[in-house]
Structure formats: structure tokens, C-alpha cells
Design a protein around this ligand. Structure first.
Ligand SMILES: N[C@@H](CCC(=O)N[C@@H](CS(=O)(=O)O)C(=O)NCC(=O)O)C(=O)O
Length: 210
């Protein structure tokens, strides 16, 4: 049974598509147009009561929250494709730490900047310059911590690519692309090297075609 991935091919939905690609797991994208409110229909809310994407349906198993989904598949298919969790519990702990840090210190400021820089006019709200600046400052502080970590370790989770790095890719795409803040990556030597490494993975290039 092919996994159905409900969501647009960007941001959090792309996070799990990337994980499935790294694991060599086939999936069927089911586009959900947020701008048309397709994530707020009664049918979709049956699937995901918070009205957010992504959601997966794997047979009669349904799961939402992108980071829960990538952990599920990384564990379920640990010996298939790229091992994204590390070999020991201690490595796993460090991987989980950086996945959580992304969720709380990286994704939110980039999302706020993206919404206000790229979508304010389209969605009809006033661009909040103060929020953009505060978000950029918060992100800069996080990136300085990543710079130190990546000066000591090739990847965030250790000397192996893992969920800790994978989880960052979709929102970093916004940072270096649509919101034109690539300098925040390029001004940090080790973060820049890391970004070039992880964004050149075949899985990411494959997902970009969607
Ligand atoms: N923590 C959730 C957040 C998902 C999320 O914020 N999804 C956005 C779309 S995107 O930011 O990933 O592109 C959404 O559904 N937004 C619509 C809404 O929140 O009403 C996850 O990681 O799955």
C-alpha cells in the first residue's frame, strides 16, 4: 500500500517527503491547497483536527505532525535506506535534541519571516517589520550556536547525516531562496559548508522536482 502524503510540496510537508526519499519509500502526494482553505474543510478536519498539513495515511494508519512522522519512518525502516537515527541511544539522544531545537528555535522565526515577507500581501495582512527584525535576530542567535556545533561536528547529530540535519532543510530553502536571507548561512563558515553538503543530497534534489 502506497503511503498518501496530504500537503503542499513545501515546508513541513517537504520535511517528511524528504525523509521518505532518504528511506527509499514510495509515496503518493495528495496536494492540499492552503490558499484555497482545503486544510479547513470538514473532510480534512476529520483527518487532522487542527487543520494543518502534513498528514500521512499508510493503510489504515494515520499520523500528523511532520517530526512525529519522520521519527516513525526513520525507526520503522531503520535498516532501509539512510540510517537517520544514529547507532546508539546516546547518538539518538543528540539527534533528537537537534530535531527539537529546530522545532522551537529555527522553524518558528523562519516561518514568521516567510509569512510577513512573502505572503503578507497575498493573505491580506500588514507586514510586521518589527516581527521580521525580531525573528531575524532570534534566528541569528540560533545560527551562531549551530556554527559552533558544526565547527566541532560535520553534522548536527554527529559525524553522520540524520534527522537532525534533514529536519532543517525545507525551512532553510525559504531562508536562502524566497526571503533572500542567504547571507545568514553564508556568513557562517561551517553552517555554509553544512548547508552545501545537505542541500546537495540526491533525496533533496528528487523532492525538488515535485
Ligand atoms: N508542527 C506541525 C506544523 C505544520 C504546519 O505549520 N503546517 C502549516 C503549513 S506549512 O507551514 O508547513 O507550510 C499549516 O498547515 N498551516 C495552516 C494552518 O496552520 O492553519 C508539523 O510539523 O507538521
Amino acid at each position: 500500500m502506497v503511503i498518501k502524503v496530504y500537503g503542499p510540496a513545501y515546508a513541513s510537508s517537504k520535511r517528511l517527503m524528504l525523509c521518505l526519499a532518504e528511506k527509499g519509500i514510495e509515496f503518493e502526494p495528495v496536494p492540499i491547497d492552503l490558499f484555497k482553505g482545503e486544510h479547513k474543510t470538514p473532510e480534512f478536519l476529520e483527518l487532522q483536527p487542527f487543520g494543518q498539513v502534513p498528514v500521512i495515511q499508510d493503510g489504515d494508519y494515520t499520523l500528523y505532525e511532520s517530526r512525529a512522522i519522520i521519527r516513525y519512518y526513520a525507526e520503522k525502516y531503520k535498516s532501509q535506506g539512510t540510517d537517520l537515527l544514529g547507532k546508539t541511544m546516546e547518538e539518538r539522544g543528540v539527534v533528537e535534541q537537534w530535531v527539537e531545537i529546530e522545532a522551537h528555535n529555527y522553524h518558528p522565526p523562519i516561518l514568521d519571516m516567510t509569512m510577513h515577507i512573502s505572503f503578507a500581501s497575498k493573505l491580506g495582512f500588514t507586514q510586521d517589520e518589527k516581527l521580521i527584525n525580531e525573528s531575524e535576530e532570534k534566528l541569528g542567535k540560533a545560527l551562531d550556536i549551530y556554527e559552533k556545533r558544526l565547527s566541532e561536528s560535520k553534522y548536527l547529530g554527529g559525524e553522520f547525516f540524520s534527522l537532525a540535519d534533514l529536519s532543517y532543510i525545507p525551512m532553510t530553502e525559504y531562508l536562502v531562496g524566497p526571503i533572500e536571507k542567504e547571507y545568514m548561512i553564508r556568513d557562517r563558515k561551517h553552517v555554509s559548508i553544512w548547508w552545501d553538503e545537505i542541500s546537495n543530497r540526491p533525496s533533496w534534489k528528487k523532492i525538488q522536482q515535485l
